[in-house]
Ligand binder design. Structure first.
Ligand SMILES: Cc1ncc(C[n+]2csc(CCOP(=O)(O)OP(=O)(O)O)c2C)c(N)n1
Length: 444
């Protein structure tokens, strides 16, 4: 059989994502189509294969890969030589529950006829002597593949010792299936070094105002250790500390570290956490969010005035990715916030909100980015009466600009423009340039 190389691929349906972004340059002879919906993109690749071209779909990590499975099943049973290529997070994060990290090989097992996993550094010389289709090629993408996982299991009884042996511990409270508000209330009595994310339902009590302040304090070296309580945090800090040398104690009911180092304990014992003796750390009065006023057309500015108008205790569903972050940054009230932060997929978010609205009596506000809305537009034709959907139209996937990606995967051409939408859906125009400038100034 003829050898298989990436140069053989003629068409790549390339789906928006940061993890697979660097793989783009590997498809030297292929025509690239920039796509949003991985399920559809995988079927497009299947179609091109049916027309006898060598075609692949290339996706980012997490549910993006899962969305390709239906087309892979069709390919398997109809003998179509489909290729699915996924960008994946490094080995040291596998099995940790780190953001957008699922077991790709387990997901395609029993469907792909051949699974191959390589490092991104091996892509250049990659070739297979023989290949069975459908092929799943999983590429581990990282700046440094040499760091290994050093997680240690711990018991909740070690927590006091951990806190006592440090002098400036940050308490980073993310979320669980239960509200963590009561715990945040107790923690803020002990120390100012508490950051409560929006999904904890205690954000309004957080002493550290938002992730911008959190990052600034971290960069100033204020924290010598972190106690993380709840599932994998949303905050950028969590991604940063993965490769930093700082002591971390995670208390996560799933038993997942969400990180490649640190202690992890699954016993989220509220009484023991509330009884902790914590060396008190204080914060000076800090700059407020005046910067946002300089950017009145930014996403932050719109969310700031929106949350001021909405009554406390309202139910709010927040879409990935910049929506939930920017909402959290400006949130000062107690809201019951929801979001899909298990695997951080942008798929099915409107449907998730519909399900919540179907199951609660109160009104649910659902705020989504434009691409996240488009991904699930099929669900938008029939909405429960207690659901109000707000789509923040910033002309594509602007989260990518925040990590330095400004090319075709932003998908500026996928606009919602003149679509006739359900009356419970409103589209708000957001200035992408002001939002990025505001983000940069807040981060600086
Ligand atoms: C199923 C799935 N595919 C791809 C991604 C990668 N991804 C993360 S954010 C994003 C863009 C979201 O765009 P939009 O909803 O407009 O929000 P914004 O980036 O403007 O915040 C994409 C494609 C993902 N998280 N989930």
């Amino acid at each position: 059989m003829k050898k298989f190389k990436l140069e053989d691929i003629q068409k790549v349906y390339f789906c928006a994502g940061a993890r697979n972004h660097s793989l783009k340059s590997s498809f030297k002879n292929a025509q690239l189509f920039y796509e949003l919906d991985e399920r559809s993109a995988a079927y497009k690749a299947l179609g091109s294969c049916m027309a006898n071209e060598v075609a692949a779909v290339c996706v980012t990590s997490g549910t993006a890969l899962a969305q390709c499975l239906a087309a892979m099943i069709e390919a398997r049973y109809s003998e179509v030589p489909l290729i699915v290529i996924s960008g994946d997070r490094p080995k040291r994060l596998h099995g940790t529950g780190s953001a957008q990290t699922i077991d790709h090989m387990a997901a395609s097992s029993g469907i792909a006829a051949q699974q191959v996993e390589i490092l991104d550094t091996e892509l250049e010389s990659f070739e297979l002597d023989s290949v069975n289709f459908p092929l799943h090629l999983n590429v581990l993408v990282d700046k440094d593949h040499n760091t290994s996982n050093s997680n240690e299991l711990a018991s909740i009884d070690e927590l006091q010792e951990f806190v006592s042996s440090h002098s400036s511990t940050l308490f980073l409270v993310s979320h669980t299936r239960e509200s963590l508000r009561g715990m945040v209330q107790e923690l803020v009595k002990k120390t100012d070094y508490v950051f409560a994310e929006t999904l904890s339902w205690g954000k309004d009590l957080s002493v550290i105002a938002n992730e911008f302040e959190l990052m600034s304090l971290y960069k100033q070296g204020k924290f010598d250790s972190i106690v993380r309580i709840g599932h994998t945090p949303l905050s950028k800090l969590w991604r940063v500390v993965d490769t930093d040398d700082i002591d971390v104690f995670s208390i996560d009911p799933r038993g997942l570290s969400g990180l490649s180092h640190g202690k992890v304990c699954s016993d989220l014992d509220v009484n023991k956490i509330n009884a902790l003796d914590v060396p008190r750390c204080s914060l000076e009065p800090r700059p407020k969010l005046e910067i946002i006023q300089k950017y009145p057309k930014s996403q932050m500015s719109w969310l700031q005035s929106w949350q001021q108008k909405i009554s406390s205790n309202a139910h709010v569903y927040l879409g990935n990715s910049s929506v939930i972050r920017d909402f959290e940054a400006v949130q000062t009230k107690n809201f019951r916030t929801y979001g899909n932060r298990g695997a951080n997929g942008i798929d099915g978010q409107l449907s998730s909100a519909i399900g919540i609205a179907n199951s609660i009596d109160e009104k649910l506000y659902c705020i989504l980015g434009d691409l996240t809305f488009l991904y699930d537009i099929g669900a938008s034709f029939e909405l429960p009466d207690n659901l109000e959907v707000i789509v923040l139209d910033n002309n594509g996937g602007r989260i990518f600009e925040r990590v330095g990606i400004t090319d075709e995967i932003v998908l500026e051409n996928k606009n919602i423009g003149d679509l006739a939408l359900h009356e419970q859906i409103s589209v708000v125009h957001i200035c992408a340039e002001q939002t990025l400038a505001c983000f940069r100034e807040l981060m600086s």
